[in-house]
Design a protein around this ligand. Structure first.
Ligand code: PLP
Length: 384
């Protein structure tokens, strides 16, 4: 018998992190590995943390979060036409904690959860960690990297309970159309399934279409858990605060579970969330503008390289180019590029089998890095 459980052994590593770690010891590295804004957290947000600490708020808070933040989150949904009350909101230590708590609260042992393939690598660990089963369903470039509803239908078994949607998507930058979401919503209602929607990149959309949450379709609020947070939009990854919105019964169950894991998120970070939601949005707009410039640079640059083609991401800060024509596997491409040019990208297979033939580049990095990285990738591909 091993000290370490089989289910924790089976929980996959985040390969993006592994690629990042592989650069240790190398000089002159350009990294496109991490999905983390390179901007400093906005000053008014940092000040809110400091002020809270200075007020002496160094004690436990209510398990589900401080009322003022739950109210601010509920109001932000109401402003978007989604009718959530504060009792339907829970605060966690980053979106990831709420994805896991949500899975824990929704799935019983053996229940199946459908995930996008390619999809964020951490998704596959979520059902495993709570005794559920991950069922990856392929998404395709020609379908904007979103679920085809027929593929979903084919993957449903009597054990299916939950469908995970991530729009905009990490790693592909795909955004689900309203029609696509409506089809998925109708399928969920027809088959009596629940939906977990990870909307962490919701404010990083590069098209003119307004963002649509699957929870907004009739009859969907009661079967949807929305997970969101501040990390990406507000460059607050290290502050670890996120939120979820869902039916009161589910939020109450998650609150009970959260008590066993976190007790509560620390007060200062929750005030950071309040500052993010109620403070000036100028910094967010500045970051969005910078991402758009970088996106143009990286997508045009990648498409100018022979044997590489990259569709234009509709959201998030990832380019997901197709490298099939280079003749290399995703992993060989990434490892050789790292060893030969000290440039870090993540192989598409880090996000599931269907990521073969692709690599992911985060463009949450400076224009100078993007230009230099593109020069290196171009020279590397020419020399193959
Ligand atoms: N969801 C997706 C799709 C992500 O890419 C990430 C971070 O990379 C997260 C959730 C985690 O966000 P947080 O920092 O709020 O835990």
């Amino acid at each position: 018998m091993s000290f370490v459980s089989e289910k924790s052994k089976a929980t996959p590593h985040n390969v993006a992190r592994e690629m990042f770690d592989m650069q240790a010891g190398l000089k002159d590295v350009i990294s496109f590995a991490l999905g983390e804004p390179d901007f400093a957290s906005p000053k008014h947000i940092v000040d809110a943390v400091i002020d809270s600490l200075k007020r002496g708020e160094t004690h436990y808070t209510p398990n589900a979060g401080i009322p003022v933040l739950r109210e601010a989150v509920a109001k932000s949904y109401q402003d978007r036409g989604l009718d959530y009350s504060p009792s339907e909101i829970i605060i966690g230590a980053g979106a990831i904690s709420l994805l896991l708590l949500g899975c824990n609260a929704i799935l019983d042992i053996g229940d199946e959860m459908i995930l996008p393939d390619p999809g964020w690598s951490n998704y596959r660990g979520l059902p495993l960690m709570v005794g559920g089963v991950a069922v990856p369903v392929k998404i395709h470039e020609q379908n904007s990297f979103m679920f085809d509803v027929d593929d979903l239908r084919a993957a449903i078994t009597p054990k299916t309970k939950l469908i995970l949607i991530n729009s905009p998507s990490n790693p592909t930058g795909g955004v689900a159309s309203k029609e696509n979401l409506e089809q998925i919503a109708n399928l969920a209602k027809e088959k009596n399934l629940y939906v977990l929607t990870d909307e962490i990149y919701r404010e990083l959309i590069w098209t003119d279409e307004p963002y649509v949450s699957i929870a907004s379709f009739p009859g969907m609020k009661e079967r949807t858990l929305i997970v969101d947070g501040f990390s990406k939009t507000y460059a607050m990854t290290g502050l670890r605060v996120g939120y979820a919105a869902g039916p009161g019964e589910l939020i109450a169950a998650m609150t009970k579970l959260l008590e066993h894991v976190l007790s509560s998120v620390n007060a200062g970070m929750q005030w950071a969330g309040v500052a993010a939601l109620t403070g000036s949005r100028d910094v967010v707009e500045d970051m969005r503008t910078a991402y758009q410039r970088r996106k143009k640079l990286i997508i045009e640059g990648l498409n100018a390289i022979d044997k590489i083609s990259c569709s234009n991401p509709s959201g998030a800060f990832y380019a997901f180019p197709n490298i099939t024509k280079t003749g290399l596997t995703s992993r060989d491409f990434a490892i050789r590029l790292l060893n030969e040019t000290h440039t870090v990208v993540v192989p598409g297979t880090a996000f599931g089998e269907a990521g073969e033939g692709f690599i992911r580049l985060s463009f949450a990095t400076s224009e100078a890095n993007i230009e230099e990285g593109l020069r290196r990738i171009s020279a590397f591909v020419k020399n193959l």
